[in-house]
Every structure is written in C-alpha cells, then in structure tokens.
Ligand binder design. Structure first.
Ligand SMILES: [Zn+2]
Length: 42
C-alpha cells in the first residue's frame, strides 16, 4: 500500500498562476494562487 509520505512525494509541484512561485506548502489550500497573490489587498 502507498503510504502518506509516498503520496505527497508524488504530488506535482503547484505553481501560483499569478506570479509563478512554487507552492510547496499548503498546496491545496489556495487554489492556484500563492499566499501573496491570494491576499492582494495590502
Ligand atoms: Zn503568487
């Protein structure tokens, strides 16, 4: 059986669709935007 670590290792790196920055952490939390682009009102 595939364990959890193996599962995450096989996940493709997600990139922010706005700035193109790699999103390694919280890859599933912000859709296609990185932390910065997800909070533009600043
Ligand atoms: Zn971004």
């Amino acid at each position: 059986m595939m364990n959890v670590l193996e599962f995450f290792r096989n996940l493709p790196k997600k990139k922010c669709s706005k700035c193109g920055h790699d999103m390694i952490e919280k890859a599933d939390c912000y859709g296609n935007l990185c932390d910065d682009c997800d909070h533009p009102a600043r």
